[in-house]
Design a protein around this ligand. Structure first.
Ligand code: ADP
Ligand code: MG
Length: 318
């Protein structure tokens, strides 16, 4: 099968969504053309994924298709952007039709779920790797940056944390329990919080998606904003499955493991006050932004330079 037949068969069907607002010319020409309506900003980001580094070797191709787009789309949610379209650069060691079929199936499921149309890409041969560029848009000037946190802001997170990180230990489990299946699903099929994007840009002062772990990613907000924070570990949202699987260690997963792709958001007290219940019901307040540029966890300084010894064992595990 030639390159063009491959593209026609497995990728063209992902470029045929009708509801895309901004894509004027999609997959098939030398370039795609996107027209951003007056008064809106284009928001875009690229993510590269390499086999054996960002996903396991021989990873299920349908899972890979979903996960690759989910991870990329999560950055749009963290800016408060609405999804528009994406491009895919795919490097394949061989043309394996079953692999391509399954991969494009997972990718299409994600494309439909997130409202992101495939606008083009590139296909080359070499070690398995993918690069996805996602495009989104929002009202001019409304993009939520990491640098907007102010002392007195509340810190909140969406969903539950730590599940996907715990799943890493069960990837090769031959007979996983129901709880293992539940956390594995969080790893294989992350759900970027695009549903929150509009509220994020309306109410949040700063935002980041949690890909590397809460402490690490909140640390990026604090550094960019020149502030510190206090976090109360007892308030961390933990799933029942994670608590049953990990007991008292669940909180460590929630603090330090990544791959959940939930959002960490800051709100001024006034904005939190006026935010709708439909948003607040999906969030958990876990702490506050402070003037002093340090990160206190349960009153203990755990800024990057001062990680408490009690958490080190987890570091070496992850
Ligand atoms: P060019 O040589 O002009 O860069 P290509 O031959 O690489 O074009 O690609 C032909 C068309 O197919 C282009 O519209 C390109 O965007 C699209 N395309 C190629 N590979 C992929 C892919 N993996 N996913 C989506 N679209 C692709
Ligand atoms: Mg060309």
């Amino acid at each position: 099968m030639g390159e063009f037949e491959l593209i026609r068969r497995y990728f063209l069907p992902l470029g045929e969504r009708q509801e895309s607002r901004s894509l004027i010319l999609g997959l098939g020409d030398d370039c795609a053309i996107q027209r951003i309506p007056a008064g809106r900003d284009l928001v875009f980001s690229v993510d590269a994924l390499v086999e054996g580094v960002h996903f396991p070797r021989n990873y299920r191709p349908d899972y890979l298709g979903w996960r690759a787009l989910a991870v990329a789309a999560s950055d749009l949610a963290a800016m408060g952007a609405d999804p528009e379209c994406f491009t895919l650069a795919l490097t394949l060691p061989v043309v394996d039709e079953q692999w391509l079929k399954d991969f494009s199936k997972g990718l299409k499921a994600a494309s439909d779920a997130f409202g992101l149309e495939l606008a083009g890409g590139d296909t080359t041969s070499g070690p398995l790797a993918l690069s996805l560029q996602v495009h989104g848009s929002l009202e001019q000037g409304a993009g939520v940056r990491r640098s907007g946190a102010r002392p007195g802001d509340l810190i909140a997170v969406s969903g539950t944390l730590g599940d996907a990180g715990a799943a890493l230990g069960y990837l090769t489990e031959s007979a996983p329990s129901a709880d293992m299946v539940a956390v594995l699903e969080r790893y294989h099929h992350p759900r970027p919080r695009l549903d929150l994007a509009q509220s994020v840009r309306q109410y949040a002062s700063a935002a980041i998606d949690i890909s590397d772990g809460l402490l690490a990613d909140l640390g990026h907000i604090l550094a960019a904003s020149g502030v510190g924070a206090r976090i109360d570990s007892a308030r961390l949202p933990l799933s029942p499955a994670l608590m049953r699987l990990k007991g008292v260690d669940a909180v460590n997963y929630a603090l330090r493991s990544g791959d959940d792709y939930e959002l960490c958001l800051c709100f001024s007290p006034a904005n939190w006050e006026r935010a709708p219940e439909s948003l607040k019901s999906q969030l958990t307040v876990i702490g506050s932004v402070e003037v002093e540029p340090r990160l206190y966890l349960d009153g203990v300084d755990c800024s990057v330079e001062a990680v408490p010894a009690g958490f080190d064992h987890f570091r070496s595990e992850s």
